[in-house]
Each structure stands twice: as C-alpha cells, then as structure tokens.
Design a binder for this molecule. Structure first.
Ligand code: IPE
Ligand code: IPE
Ligand code: MG
Length: 242
C-alpha cells in the first residue's frame, strides 16, 4: 500500500465536540491534545516521514480572549509534559508560523523543544502555530525582496524552487495527504502553496474522536488515489523545456 511520506492535518472540531457533550470548549482542546499524541505514535509506528498539524491559525486570535489564553497555556503545558516522550519515540519537532507573535515564555518552550529533539529521525513533526498561508507567502516575498535590495539577488532568478526555499516548509516535501477533521471542507488559510497537489481527505469525525484506526481509513483511501500531477495516468512525465 502506498504510504504518504508527508501527512498534514487540520485538527478541527474540538469546540463543537465539547459543546455537544455539554462540556466547555476547553475540554475539547484538552482531548485534542490526547488525540494528537495517539496519532503521532501511530505515524511513528507506520514509518511516515513527516506529520504536520495546524495548531493555531493567524486568525484564531479573533476568538474570545479566554479561549486564546487557554489555547496558548495548553500548548505550553502539553509541550512541557510531552517533549521527553516525543524525544524517546525519535520525534523531531519544528514549529512554523509567526512565532514572534507569542509571549516570550512560550517562544522559549518552543525553542527548547526544537533543540532537544533536533537530532531525531523517526518522525518529523511540524506544528503550525500563529500560522497563516497568506502570511507565509508574504514573508517569503519580503525575504526575497530584502535580498534583491541588498544586491544579492537578481529578481529574474526567482523561480518556484527559490520561492519554496523561503517558505516555512523549506526543505520539507509537500504534503501527500491532507486531512481535515470536524466536517468543514475548506483550507482556512493553511498551507496555500504546499497543498497544490495534495490529496484532500475530509471527515465529519471531530478531532477529539479521530483514532489511529480512522487514520488507517484515510491511508487506505489515499492508496486508492491516482496522482497525476497534471500529466496522464501511467505515462512517465516529459521534461518540460522552458
Ligand atoms: C480546532 O478546533 C482547534 C483550534 C482551532 C485551535 P476548534 O476550536 O476550531 O473547534 P470547532 O471547529 O469550533 O468545533
Ligand atoms: C483552522 O480551524 C485552524 C486550526 C485548526 C488551528 P478553524 O476552526 O480556525 O477554521 P474555520 O474558522 O472553521 O475556517
Ligand atoms: Mg474550528
């Protein structure tokens, strides 16, 4: 069965899951952390190379202040609690997004977790936090513009490869399989560039209920897809002349 090298997930539906049970939304977020732990372990067992997850979007600041505060606290506590276990499982952590927007204490925790797990190779776990796909495109443009103004770059040299090298996921193969839990069928300003040829899988299952077995269902669905990348089925790609 063809296994995706990179799985990317919008972990959605925590709040609705909790509300439906008469619980505060916070309970859904806490349960969501547990779910992520199980999915990470499953990805390690399966031998998936990269898992990326959307933890907090650049638009999630628009939520009530107490929910934002809770999400940031939970993020920090979950990391402090779980980084050693992740390390033992051989997981390397990388955080992508506008991390400068977070309080210094959280930034420090993120940095320490990255440093602690940097040499691990079993699974690369990318966590998108204060991330927005539009922000990512703009920050790449800004970096290239600075290089051009400094004289180190001729704008004519900017091609897709150079542009991608300035995005948050530089050096990471693009997601093969994208999963969104929680029933919505939209990208919500996630990886706008990187998802160009990902297979898109949407499930009604809210994130707190998403199990390794449900990930297996998604993987089975993925294995049945025919990826053509704009070419034709079963025909080897031609080298395009530019
Ligand atoms: C996803 O669940 C977690 C974050 C966005 C941080 P939601 O909080 O969006 O849950 P719903 O979509 O309201 O159910
Ligand atoms: C996307 O979910 C962001 C994360 C899961 C972190 P949202 O719940 O914020 O997205 P919308 O508002 O339904 O589009
Ligand atoms: Mg949501």
């Amino acid at each position: 069965m063809a296994l995706p090298g990179h799985i990317s997930i919008i972990m959605d539906g925590n709040g609705r899951w909790a509300t439906q049970r008469g619980l505060p939304r916070a309970a859904g977020h806490r349960e969501g952390v547990r779910t992520l732990r199980g999915i990470v372990e499953h990805c390690v067992c399966l031998g998936v190379g990269t898992l990326s997850v959307f933890a907090f979007s650049s638009e999630n600041w628009d939520r009530p202040q107490d929910e934002v505060g809770l999400l940031l606290d939970l993020f920090m506590h979950a990391l402090n609690e779980q980084v050693e276990a992740l390390h033992r499982h051989g997981v390397s952590l990388r955080f992508v997004g506008d991390l400068a927007g977070f309080p210094a204490s959280l930034r420090q925790t993120l940095h320490a977790a990255e440093q602690r797990t940097a040499a691990n190779t079993a699974l690369q776990l990318l966590v998108a936090a204060n991330y927005g796909g539009r922000w990512d495109l703009v920050q790449a443009c800004r970096k290239l513009a600075h290089q051009a103004r400094a004289g180190g770059l001729d704008p004519g040299q900017i091609d897709e490869e150079l542009f991608a090298a300035n995005l948050s996921l530089a050096g990471v193969p693009p997601p093969d399989l994208f999963i969104r839990t929680g029933g919505e069928q939209r990208i919500s300003n996630y990886l706008l560039w990187d998802l160009a040829y990902s297979e898109l899988y949407f499930t009604e299952v809210p994130w707190p209920e998403f199990t390794p077995a449900q990930l297996d269902d998604a993987l089975q669905w993925y294995a049945s897809r025919e990826r053509r990348f704009g070419g034709l089925a079963g025909v080897a790609g031609q080298i395009r002349e530019s």
